[in-house]
Design a protein around this ligand. Structure first.
Ligand SMILES: [Zn+2]
Length: 394
């Protein structure tokens, strides 16, 4: 039997449409403002101080804070407020249906289930206990996760310089995700020299330069794959997704642009990849393959790297066991707002009930027993805090 108060809370959350505006033509369903109001009211009633940060018109982040004025430990909980669109869904998206112990609605798994689990875990008793231990907790409801993590990036300026423990609430099937790949997009512009097609030797063909670069990259991805293969994340990958060049068949192309997606496996990071790309490009320039080049990192999500042995992973694992299940401790190929916060926080994990498989699917549901177990685990975690172990590690 699942907890009816928790189920009701999730039903309330999914009944409030908050579709990412770029994924719905209907303004009635789009935007985070209504869910932000519900989320704020809920936390305000528990004694949180609330502030809103409008990242775009009608699209706020909610920043809620509770606890000690001079905390020894600062927790961050984060849920995104937006969902993907509802086109082609096989059940009503915003009228929750419960069948066979599962609740069906858009956002049930991604990520209002995890949001309900965390909100419910923030009991008054837990909050008072945290304050007594000189802890503070921020709960951020972020806009715009589904389309580039804009809310999480913007909220950084409103958060303390250093966070102790961060839990990003996403559907992990209640596994503890301590690491995920990073995503880095690079744009490279090659400069050659134009010439008439009848006399190509006097020109420098920028498309040939790009082709040479792609071949060097293929060797580089194999080489880094051997160096950085990770037990749960596998190898880094590279995809060349865009190429722009050329004027006419009889003109040596003076310019060529390529754009590529690199999935970074820790401990490698985007800056190291950029240094290596520059080395390849410098070598090509020295050989005269191109006259010049420019390389730019156009989008970057750093990999999530928290040790399996970290205190937070251990505590979360103990809290899950106290709630009756042994969680998997794992890495994943996808990327979420944890990428934005992990640089700020001593320890960061991703955790939540529900499966990423349903996250953007035509049927989206959450198992209510799993929801309750995950909420219980979060309740145990916040209740025990860090005082059960060695205390804050700063
Ligand atoms: Zn999500």
């Amino acid at each position: 039997m699942s907890d009816s108060v928790l189920t009701d809370l999730l039903s309330d959350l999914v009944s409030i449409p908050s579709v990412s505006p770029s994924q719905t033509a209907d303004p009635v369903f789009g935007g985070e403002e209504r869910i932000a109001a519900f989320f704020s009211d809920y936390l305000e009633r528990l004694g949180f101080e609330i502030s809103l940060q409008y990242v775009e018109p009608g699209r706020p982040n909610v920043i809620a804070r509770f606890g000690s004025e001079n905390p020894d430990v600062i927790w961050l909980l984060e849920s995104h407020l937006d969902t993907v669109g509802v086109e082609g869904m096989k059940h009503p998206p915003f009228t929750p249906e419960i069948r066979d112990g599962k609740l069906y609605a858009r956002g049930a798994a991604d990520c209002k289930g995890a949001m309900a689990a965390a909100l419910y875990a923030l009991s008054r008793t837990n909050l008072e206990e945290m304050k007594r231990r000189r802890e503070a907790v921020y709960y951020v409801g972020a806009m715009g996760e589904e389309t580039g993590n804009n809310g999480a990036r913007a909220v950084l300026e409103r958060l303390p310089e250093r966070l102790t423990k961060t839990i990003v609430l996403e559907p992990t099937e209640s596994a503890i995700v301590h690491t995920h790949k990073g995503i880095s997009w690079f744009r490279v512009d090659f400069v050659g020299r134009s010439a008439h097609g009848s006399n190509p030797d006097v020109g420098v063909n920028a498309i040939y330069a790009a082709m040479r670069f792609v071949n060097e990259l293929k060797a580089y991805v194999v080489e880094t794959g051997n160096r950085f293969e990770h037990p749960s994340l596998g190898k880094p990958t590279m995809n060349l997704g865009v190429i722009h060049a050329g004027i006419a068949p009889n003109v040596v192309p003076p310019k060529c642009r390529v754009e590529l997606d690199w999935r970074v496996v820790p401990p490698q990071n985007s800056s190291e990849v950029l240094v290596d790309l520059r080395k390849i490009l410098e070598g090509m320039k020295a050989e005269g393959v191109c006259l010049d080049y420019a390389v730019e990192l156009t989008q970057n999500n750093e990999p999530l790297v928290t040790s399996r042995d970290s205190e937070l992973v251990q505590q979360m694992s103990a809290a899950c066991q106290a709630s009756g299940f042994a969680p998997e401790i794992t890495g994943v190929g996808w990327c979420c707002d944890a990428s934005v916060f992990c640089g700020r926080s001593d320890e960061t994990i991703v955790f939540g009930p529900g499966s990423i498989k349903q996250a953007h699917a035509s049927e989206e549901f959450i198992d209510l027993n799993e929801l309750e177990a995950a909420s219980n685990a979060l309740m145990h975690l916040l209740h025990q805090g860090v005082s059960m172990s060695q205390g804050p590690n700063n």
